[in-house]
Design a protein around this ligand. Structure first.
Ligand code: FAD
Ligand code: SF4
Length: 479
């Protein structure tokens, strides 16, 4: 039994699948992140201050990691927190959910010399959580409010980061969002065991206390037009993320109990937040005591399988067309899922969903990896006669997301998009094809990461400030 499996025993679980999720909703937590005070100092002092901070270079926010590690090692946590906040609007969130193995930690010089990385993410989380506990994180105080306003569409990390940066400068900010709670995928996508919802809620509360106005349950395009918002505000940011699920298009797809990943994860997150979810409460969307099959190999698929484990599923299987080496998801997430009892059926492809009313099984074919395709990755090809069937009470489709048709939804065909449907911006000014309308986050990049959305939001704030200052200057000159 590994050290990590022993942690399950600590939680009174014989095996991961023995969790009774309905009675112990608090156990929806990450079991791998047991970072505690003494460890923070010890880990921080492991940084060799090597002078070639590849960690910093590979952090999309270029956080000043060596300096805040030094401060943490000296127990100067308040200064460390201020430094962490100078480049990042939500360090405790990134500390929890950045795929550090691909970013800062994967490039730590100590890791590369074979001695194990400095656990940068955990220290970042520790520093900021301590700052929250000690009351060092306070709402912004605006000395002089600027009489110009910015409307932000989307309260995900890109919209929130942009809002905070512009508010710091004194602008009036209103954020419009179609969900009932702010946070975007931080609140309804990423599971609670990776990112506890109180962590997101205290951030959004802080922004409200800083004078940022939140208008929830407003879908731009349906309840308010882009034109209306443009008339109301001096500049607009579109930060709507990407939400159109990729489909599998297979026979049997209309059977009951086949769900897109976001429906499954949102129900679970809402349950954790105390909402009444009929489809979960009546068992339809719950994995408890069910054979669960997830299709996909990215981080969303890993979130689904690990959520199903925590919901006390009878079995959890993940179908992926390529092999483990070629999985797009974080290696750490995959190995966590394996240790928690998820069975990966590598190089396998769903062919057909079988059942009468509800799904009861999936017909699967084995694949082998052929010649590289245009992306350079080996193309999975079916092996003739290799079909087999696996039992499924619930099937979750986690094949990724595409952008919605924003020009159509916003009734604004002048808003230019790329071939993939992401909003086109001028990379220097971050402006879209319409003057005064900017865009940031997943809706520009395609499905990406929280840390990139924060970076884009911060850059959009700089661009919008420049644009508004110039606009003001022109107005003054004309007067
Ligand atoms: C299941 C899942 C797990 C993930 N896990 C991780 C992880 O562990 N680590 C990581 O770094 N990244 C993760 N990601 C990716 C990350 O969440 C996104 O890259 C990030 O949230 C993008 O931020 P954003 O602000 O661009 O968009 P979003 O977070 O998607 O926010 C967009 C907001 O816009 C609102 N909106 C959309 N359309 C409209 C409209 N018409 N009118 C009004 N409001 C609108 C939405 O309601 C939403 O609140 C995950 C993604 C998913 C789906
Ligand atoms: S923001 Fe992400 S990549 Fe940057 S230091 Fe923190 S955990 Fe690492």
């Amino acid at each position: 039994m590994t050290e990590k499996m022993l942690k399950f025993v600590d939680l009174n679980l014989e095996t991961p699948n023995k969790r009774d999720v309905h009675s112990r909703i608090d156990d929806f937590k990450e079991i791998y992140d047991e970072f505690i005070n003494e460890k923070a100092k010890e880990q921080s002092s492991r940084c060799s201050q090597c002078g070639v901070p590849f960690c910093q270079v590979h952090c999309p926010l270029h956080n000043n990691i060596p300096d805040w590690l030094k401060l943490a090692a000296e127990n100067r946590l308040k200064e460390a927190s201020e430094l962490a906040h100078s480049t990042n609007n939500m360090p405790e969130i990134c500390g929890r959910i950045c795929p550090q193995d691909r970013l800062c930690e994967g490039n730590c010089v100590i890791e590369q010399s074979g001695h194990g990385t400095v656990t940068i993410g955990s220290i970042e989380k520790y520093i900021t959580d301590t700052a929250w506990e000690k009351g060092w994180i306070k709402p912004l105080k605006i000395s002089k409010e600027i009489n110009q306003s910015i409307g932000i569409i989307g309260a995900g990390p890109a919209g929130l980061a942009c809002a905070e940066e512009l508010r710091k400068l004194g602008y009036k900010i209103t954020i419009y969002d179609r969900y009932d709670r702010p946070g975007g995928l931080l609140i309804y996508g990423i599971p609670n065991f990776k990112l506890e919802k109180f962590v997101v809620e205290r951030r959004t509360k802080l922004l409200k206390e800083s004078g940022i106005k939140f208008v929830q349950n407003i879908e731009v395009g349906r309840d308010k037009s882009l034109k209306e918002l443009k008339e109301k505000h001096d500049a607009i940011l579109i930060a709507t993320g990407v939400y159109k699920p990729r489909e599998v298009n297979l026979p049997g797809e209309n059977l009951n109990n086949i769900f897109p990943a976001m429906e499954f994860l949102t129900a679970s997150n809402r349950k954790g937040l105390g909402d009444k979810i009929e489809k979960f409460d009546n068992g339809t969307l719950s994995a408890e005591k069910k054979h669960v099959v997830v299709i996909g190999g990215g981080d969303t698929a890993m979130d689904c399988v690990r959520t199903a484990v925590r919901q006390n599923a009878k079995s959890v299987k993940c179908l992926y067309r390529r092999d483990k080496k070629n999985m797009p998801g974080s290696a750490r997430e995959v190995s966590n899922a394996e240790e928690e009892g998820v069975e990966f059926i590598w190089q396998s492809n769903a062919k057909k969903f079988i059942g009468t009313e509800k799904i009861s099984s999936v017909l699967v074919e084995k694949m082998h990896l052929g010649e590289p395709d245009s992306s350079g990755r080996k193309k999975p090809e079916p092996i003739k006669g290799s079909d087999f069937e696996i039992k499924a009470d619930i099937l979750i489709k986690a094949l990724g997301f595409d952008p919605e048709d924003i020009p159509h939804l916003f009734k604004n065909p002048g808003l230019q998009v790329s071939k993939l449907g992401t909003i086109k911006i001028n990379l220097q000014s971050m402006e879209t094809s319409i003057e005064g309308i900017f865009a940031a986050g997943d809706i520009v990049r395609g499905a990406s990461l929280v840390v990139w959305a924060i970076r884009d939001g911060r850059e959009a704030a700089i661009a919008i400030d420049k644009y508004l200052k110039f606009k003001q200057l022109k107005k003054t000159e004309a007067a």
